[in-house]
Design a protein around this ligand. Structure first.
Ligand code: ADP
Ligand code: ZN
Length: 605
């Protein structure tokens, strides 16, 4: 079969994404490849389809043991003969898989790296026809990276022992250093390198000003994501627990996840998140590595990550299925102060601290910008882009106002109080609030007392945050939150340097409205026939997944259910035309689904 036919019939997708088609052609013809693609880009098909096209079995090396079983389940659902060989199998089961493999009964075999390099498995490889070697998460070969696996270094033997078998190495880690290491250590000098854009067009980015963050989060979840599954990231374990409890008490099915929880509880919560539907995982960054769930509809940040890389990796866990997804973050001055403090107080050397501060500054710049978020993000990764039309700034362009005068007042308040106070107290002075502290310190006698009554508390907070973000003020580590002037503040005070501030968005919640998202399907608004249909389809999927003992997304992705709900197909042909419905699934579920669509449609007609 040709690649497109396999894509259509086995996987049920109408067309290749990005470079997929070229990669498949290249590997199927026997060429080596290095594939750099963002998370959710569709790396798996790049080796699965050539494995089906070439004689023999494709051998896939992956370090993520927990994910292998789900991948095999998904392939089996599509009618592909797949199996896994790792430490989760007992001896008898492993022997069965080895026999099937050597007997030519498998199309794809997933193997853990430590198993692959054993003499026993190497001997097995000698006796078996191999279609290709796929080395997933290839950055694990990098000794400088955070995911280093010593066994990956040994994978170079594959090339020496099986020079005629094509190899395809895949990773979502794009930086130049890692790339060079992969090529060198895996002897891929002759491989063709495929670099996919790191853009994730279906993810809508929104960064809102913090103003009672929990309430903002709740509003965002209720308005945009009723019943959806997603992740809420917090910095501390305590906050994770509190936020999960608080969301639960407001009727949102939230579970906590952090490294301090018992391993059993962690595994149970993760399983419920992956299998179930509509779970909101409230987590520290301990949650995420190896989470392959394609239908995560949102990633929310209640605290600021450390860098754009971290933000992009975390938000990248949303919308891997290509359907519309939201990346939402609430951020305020305290976040910047807290992150700066963590850097200052860490034991790292000065060089590392300097790099960390620069990385944080880049992220704060992203949060402060009035321009397209995506343009900023991609520029950070060295890509050029047009304004996207799918971020908060593109959808609701903020007005930028001249805030030079206000900035001078703020800086002067800092100066006159001896650079020893945080934003809260300074705002009291500027707004002429005669609080006890203000009176005790005699700050109601200052020239700056009450010169800023024309601006609200919130506007002043936004301005202070902006002054810190643009480096005119620094927040001191020792005196928690005390603001000091920097060299550039002088220029602002003298009126030589203008300050422009984005006007606080008029929308109270700040959450992005659902709408056009670059052609990918979005959930229908609640209460409509399509929404009723989607609910019915999801319930059916839950039952079916339970009966088969696989995660719900293995049956069908959200994107596929949404398309079925909106098109309400009347016959098998129409159903087959929907993205994600392959031949095997059509045969297995087609009749059931058509009946369900009909009865549901009849119920509201
Ligand atoms: P990665 O490994 O790059 O993170 P996956 O291979 O898991 O990504 O693919 C991400 C999702 O996109 C999967 O759910 C997959 O089924 C889907 N997908 C991949 N290629 C296509 C395509 N050509 N058309 C539609 N969906 C696709
Ligand atoms: Zn944009």
């Amino acid at each position: 079969m040709n690649p497109l036919a396999i894509l259509n019939e086995v996987f049920g997708y109408p067309r290749f994404r990005g470079n997929q088609g070229d990669i498949v052609d290249h590997v199927a013809a026997g060429g080596d490849a290095l594939v750099l693609m963002p998370t959710g880009g569709g790396k798996s098909l790049c080796y699965q389809i050539p494995a089906l096209m070439r004689p023999g079995c494709g051998v896939v090396v992956s370090p993520l043991i927990a994910l292998m079983a789900d991948q095999v389940a998904a392939l089996s659902e599509a009618g592909v003969r797949a199996a896994v060989l790792n430490s989760t199998l007992d001896a008898a089961a492993a022997l069965g898989v080895e026999r099937a493999f050597a007997g030519g009964e498998l199309d794809v075999l997933y193997v853990a790296p430590e198993r692959l390099v054993t003499p026993r498995f190497q001997a097995l490889l000698e006796r078996t026809q191999i279609a290709l070697f796929a080395i997933d998460e290839a950055h694990c070969v990098s000794q400088w990276g955070h995911d280093f696996r010593p066994e990956y270094i040994e994978l170079a033997v594959l090339h020496e022992r099986f020079p005629a078998v094509p190899r395809i190495a895949l990773t979502a880690t794009a930086d130049e250093l890692t790339r060079r290491e992969i090529i060198e250590r895996l002897s891929l000098a002759k491989a063709r390198v495929f670099i996919e854009s790191f853009d994730r067009p279906n993810i809508r980015y929104a960064i809102v000003e913090k103003d009672n963050a929990r309430e903002q989060l709740l509003r965002f979840l209720r308005q945009e994501h009723p019943g959806d599954c997603g992740i809420v990231y917090c910095l501390s374990r305590k906050k994770v627990e509190e936020t999960a409890a608080w969301l639960s008490s407001h009727g949102i099915p939230a579970l906590p996840y952090h490294a301090g929880l018992d391993a059993g509880i962690r595994a149970q919560h993760q399983r419920r998140f992956v299998d179930g539907e509509g779970i909101v995982m409230t987590a520290t960054i301990a949650f995420g590595m190896g989470i392959d769930k394609p239908d995560v509809r949102f990633v929310a940040h209640l605290d600021l990550p450390k860098s754009i890389e971290a933000y992009y990796q975390e938000t990248g866990r949303a919308g891997r299925d290509g359907a519309a997804a939201n990346a939402w973050m609430a951020y305020g001055l305290a976040d910047v102060v807290q992150q700066r403090r963590m850097i200052d107080e860490s034991d790292a050397d000065e060089e590392f601290k300097r790099i960390s501060r620069n990385k944080l500054d880049a992220l704060v710049g992203l949060a402060e910008t009035a321009e397209c978020r995506r343009v900023r993000l991609l520029a950070y990764f060295g890509e050029w882009a047009e304004p996207c039309g799918n971020c908060d700034n593109c959808l609701h362009p903020p007005t930028v106002v001249d805030a030079t005068e206000a900035a001078r007042k703020a800086l002067s308040a800092v100066y006159r109080t001896g650079q020893r106070f945080g934003a809260g107290h300074l705002i009291d002075i500027l707004r002429g609030q005669s609080t006890e502290r203000v009176r005790q310190l005699g700050h109601d006698e200052l020239k700056t007392f009450g010169i800023g009554v024309d601006m609200s508390d919130r506007q002043w907070r936004a301005l202070f945050r902006h002054l810190v973000a643009s480096g005119h003020l620094t927040a001191e580590a020792e005196a928690f939150g005390a603001l000091r002037l920097t060299a550039s503040a002088r220029a602002v005070l003298k009126g030589d340097l203008p300050v422009a501030l984005r006007e606080a968005a008029a929308r109270a919640s700040g959450g992005a409205k659902r709408g056009r998202a670059t052609g990918s399907p979005a959930a229908p608004p609640g209460g409509t026939p399509a929404a009723t249909m989607l609910d019915a389809l999801r319930a059916w999927r839950r039952d079916t997944a339970q009966a088969h003992g696989v995660p719900a997304y293995v049956i069908f992705h959200d994107a596929t259910l949404m398309e079925i709900a909106s098109r309400a197909p009347e016959d098998l042909d129409a159903l087959a035309g929907i993205s994600g419905v392959g031949a095997k699934k059509l045969e297995r579920y087609g009749a059931e689904l058509l009946a369900l669509v009909q009865t549901t449609a009849a119920s509201y007609r």
